[in-house]
Design a protein around this ligand. Sequence first.
Ligand code: ZN
Length: 417
Amino acid sequence: MSSPPFSHVVLSSHPGTGGSVHAPEIRWGAATAAERGPVVATLTDPRRRNAIGTHAGAYALYRALAVASGALDRDHRPDFTDTAPAAGIGPHPQWAEPGNIVSLDPWGHLVPEVFAAQIAAGLDLRPTIAVTRAHINMPELKDAIVKGRLTPDGAILHANGDVRVTKAAIDPVWWLPGIAARFKVREAALRRALFEQTGGMFPELVTRPDLKVFLPPIGGMTLYFFGDVAQLGRPETRVACRVHDECNGSDVFGSDICTCRPYLAHGIEVCIEMAQQGGVGLVVYNRKEGRALGEVTKFLVYNARKRQAGGDRAETYFERTECVAGVQDMRFQELMPDVFHWLGITRIDRWASMSHMKLGALTQAGIEVVEQVAIPDDLIPSDARVEMDAKKAAGYFSHDTPSEEELALPKGRGLEE
Ligand SMILES: [Zn+2]
């Protein structure tokens, strides 16, 4: 048994005790990085922190295990050599419009560059966004080539199905007054709920109203860009987009109870087409598993749906979720448009989604959607008909709305099939 040496615990839960006197000021929404100031959420010097929570979202808990077990030095500082973004993003005018971006740090990918002087002076700062390049390959895209829906061009799409992409990983950074305003609640009420629902994990939420920035311990998002990222933010650039909320069972393992992976693959197809026409395609992949209810709740609901009297059918699709979770959905699209403001996007020419909630959130944020693209029927697996019909009946975008008789018909497989 060995443990790393610990000094006394420094609490930053009250102003002055941990001491915020040395912490840089954050002016959220300022036009330049210098005026905005760095977000200090590292733990090396508690007196210089100006944010609640810490980096890496839920992975902070693994870091704690690494420190506790002695595998990681608690004072480790990253070496940022050669880690700069593989493509330039921003700054865009939207970064300086108050209230536009409240759930991510627009300067997050540029931290080592724009705050180089502070880092050199000893401040421990970390990027909350990273931008790199990759090739992706999905069997559905090869199938689209075989069926003639996609044509390889040797640059964006190769004959073997490889697609060149730029991708960005984004950790959430919440500006609490802006989050409260977005949800039309008082900041104090928001802070209290965050404090209580995390089991009191972040006392500063209630004891430090002077700290306005919170790095929540949740998953963020990954962006996949098709085409030239530098074209974004120009009014003439045509943009195709799918905003996709994580569904591990379907996205990764091809589970056929929902339409998630088919929709993702179709969205990527629409994005590749747009890039080949000189525009930019964008897939926003949000870590909001199971409508942000998590997989345990999701699997409980699957059982409840398939075991109910009358079988798995569209008319009880949302009801069965609500019985288990208390709500039908916790994704809250209110924060979703932030990423478009970050990218300087004011218009989406082709929008590969049927969700009226996502569309409503974009419109609310002043982002124009020109054309909504529905998924072709032949890409929907048969067990997922229950989900598709339920969503159409609830107001999701489609060219046909199922009748009441149609919704009452059991269509999903039984549990033992
Ligand atoms: Zn799914």
